[in-house]
Design a protein around this ligand. Structure first.
Ligand SMILES: NC(=O)c1ccc[n+]([C@@H]2O[C@H](COP(=O)([O-])OP(=O)(O)OC[C@H]3O[C@@H](n4cnc5c(N)ncnc54)[C@H](OP(=O)(O)O)[C@@H]3O)[C@@H](O)[C@H]2O)c1
Length: 204
């Protein structure tokens, strides 16, 4: 398969690259490096990306920024970071990608646990992750040409603890290679409309 990996240089993206590159062709896309560049917050940049990639079999996105901060410091501009980047950036990858993806292909997006397991600084992340779940459930039932769409929702990964550890006290991390398996299942399996929760469950 020809797989476009947006966020390939990131912590999760590198693990997904390692998992999938043994079996597939990977087109690595980042904001500033890689085979191609895109700015998720700019719809025109996403349209341009697909002019450059041409036809493909799967799109995996492991990129998406949100603002973290105290609830009473949030402003419309701070909410807009997550909405424009992690939510609409990934929605627009699907919207524009539909014209270029081959029949039977798949889209795999990334959320996280904070909509079900919230933290103080994570109100925007919770909102965006919930929006992504709704989008994936809604889109899966109307995908044309046998196309599939799934969401991977990892818990915090061990490799990110130096940065995110203080936000996630009491949360058991998983190795990022575990998170990568969710993407392999989505791309190489047959399911659609699923949320693959990696390292956590809604019962916790
Ligand atoms: N790490 C975790 O423990 C964890 C757990 C659950 C969910 N998540 C979610 O998973 C996603 C990736 O997390 P991560 O820790 O792997 O991130 P990361 O290491 O910071 O990597 C981010 C990646 O996204 C790219 N990127 C940044 N801004 C972009 C933009 N505007 N347009 C396109 N690409 C952009 C970066 O490219 P450049 O290097 O060129 O900027 C990089 O490849 C995030 O949405 C995060 O919320 C992470």
């Amino acid at each position: 398969m020809k797989i476009i990996l947006v966020g390939a240089s990131g912590t999760i993206g590198k693990a997904v690259d390692k998992e999938l590159s043994a079996r597939h062709e990977i087109v690595r896309v980042n904001r500033t490096s890689g085979d191609l560049q895109v700015d998720l917050s700019d719809p025109k940049s996403i349209e341009r990306l697909y002019q450059e990639t041409g036809a493909f079999d799967a799109l995996v996105c492991t990129a998406g920024k949100v603002h973290f901060g105290a609830f009473d410091d949030f402003t419309p501009e701070k909410y807009a970071i997550g909405l424009d980047n992690k939510l609409m950036g990934q929605v627009n990858l699907v919207t524009f990608g539909l014209k270029h993806i081959r029949g039977g292909g798949s889209f795999t997006l990334t959320s996280g646990l904070l909509n079900d397991d919230p933290i103080r600084e994570g109100v925007s992340a919770a909102m965006v992750n919930g929006g992504l779940e709704g989008f994936v459930h809604g889109a899966a039932i109307v995908m044309p040409r046998g196309l599939r769409i799934n969401l991977v929702s990892p818990t915090v990964v061990e490799e990110s603890l130096p940065v995110f550890g203080p936000f996630f006290r009491g949360v058991k991390p998983v190795p990022v290679s575990d998170a990568a398996l969710g993407y392999a299942k989505s791309v190489e399996g047959a399911q659609t409309g699923r949320v693959y929760r990696i390292g956590w469950s809604r019962d916790q």
